[in-house]
Ligand binder design. Structure first.
Ligand code: NAD
Length: 364
């Protein structure tokens, strides 16, 4: 089969990690008999520099014409103080909206080889850390109108609107139930229904959708408790489904407890059309251009892309197996070397390219 992948390397470490991900994808192509055709486009700070727009029309067109979008990372201090419409993040929000990617999959999984990287106590980690956060991505307080900063009673007042329509909740709830069905069959819906009307609607609709998924166990949790439970005992969760704001915070908390930001992939998908596959970390300007970045989150994002966008399960599993194999060999980029136990015998500190080499070799 022939697939078209739109590559958006972006800024900072983006181009370095993307280069390794493409090498891995090419090897998968050779091994399994697929052809990947790449279109590379500008997004983020590099696009602002080139054409004054973090998401140029040409980039959007290339994304829409592809089977899937693979993104490195965007942004950096150089562009942080531009007006909001020119910020790198604004381009990313627009891309998600334009591709109608309303569902964000954020797996927080800890490779057993990296158990010591977790910030949690060993007795908690030993119970397992494998949570999938499904975050609604195109609604909620980030997009709700009205919003703004106005003068009121002689002072400034800022406000945003948290809103969800029934259909928006229904479609993300379905995604959550479907995901739970393919995993441990447990879905926890996180809201703030004790205080917020929008959350009450959320809960009501999730319960309605549950009628179509009797094989999945549904629980509800308030967001404040969910934040606490994620840290206290993440093994109680299988899949969490939640709105955009709560998901933003909880998915980062779930990622942080693994202690390995350079290891975590993500996917943002819609009902049809190309999805966006990207590591959860940013452009890491502090280590950009030094061959220090961990490419594994991006390589694991390629695995998610093969599985979700192209339905290539064996190919995805081969990549995940290769990543596990290089960890077994003791290879570590700086970010996961530092969090190793004080005894680092058996571990080898490698750079971004060498880590890519090792994954390619393990695949071959
Ligand atoms: P960051 O994720 O870029 O970096 C946080 C820390 O983690 C840094 O010390 C960095 O060196 C390290 N790190 C991150 N990824 C790594 C990797 N693959 N290998 C090794 N170490 C890694 O977060 P930040 O510093 O808050 O943000 C930097 C820039 O990235 C900002 O401009 C921010 O807006 C942007 N950002 C972009 C995205 C995205 O493109 N989706 C996401 C988050 C932040």
């Amino acid at each position: 089969m022939n697939y078209t992948i739109c590559l958006l390397p972006g800024d900072g470490i983006g181009p370095e990690i993307m280069a390794q991900a493409v090498r891995v994808l090419n090897v998968v192509g050779q091994k399994f008999g697929h052809t990947f055709t790449y279109t590379e486009a500008l997004a983020g700070g590099c696009a602002i520099d080139a054409v004054g727009d973090p998401l140029p029309e040409a980039t959007l067109a290339a994304c829409k014409a592809s089977d899937a979008v693979l993104l490195g990372a965007v942004g950096g201090p150089k562009w942080d103080n531009l007006p909001r419409h020119q910020r790198a993040e604004t381009g990313l929000l627009k891309l998600r909206k334009e591709l109608n990617c309303f569902a964000n999959f954020r797996p927080a999984t800890l490779f057993p080889q990296l158990a010591s990287a977790s910030y949690l106590r060993p007795d908690i980690v030993s119970k397992g850390l494998d949570v999938l956060v499904v975050r609604e991505l195109t609604g909620c307080v980030y997009f709700g109108q009205p919003k703004g900063i106005v003068e009121e009673n002689g002072e400034r007042m800022g406000f945003n609107t948290m809103r969800y329509t029934e259909s928006e909740v229904r479609r993300i709830a379905k995604v959550g139930f479907e995901a739970a069905r393919k995993r441990g069959k447990r879905l926890c819906s996180v809201d703030k229904a004790n205080v917020l009307d929008v959350s009450q609607l959320w809960r009501d609709v999730v319960m309605e959708v549950h009628k179509d998924y009797p094989d999945v166990e549904l629980t509800h949790m308030y967001v404040d408790n969910a934040a606490m439970q994620l840290v206290r005992d993440p093994s109680q969760f299988d899949v969490i489904v939640t709105g955009n704001l709560f998901g933003d915070i909880l998915s980062d908390a779930a990622a942080a407890i693994t202690g390995s930001i350079g290891m975590l992939p993500s996917a943002s998908v819609g009902e049809s059309g190309p999805g966006i596959y990207e590591p959860i970390h940013g452009s890491a300007p502090d280590i950009a251009g030094q061959d220090k970045a961990n490419p594994l989150a991006t390589i694991l994002s390629v695995a998610m892309m093969l599985r979700f966008a192209l339905n290539l399960e064996a190919e995805a599993a081969a990549i995940e197996g290769a990543v596990s194999a290089v960890l077994d060999q003791g290879l570590r980029t700086g970010d996961i070397y530092q969090s190793a136990p004080s005894d680092t015998s058996g571990l080898t500190l490698v750079g971004c390219t060498a880590m890519g080499d090792a994954v390619v070799a393990a695949l071959q």
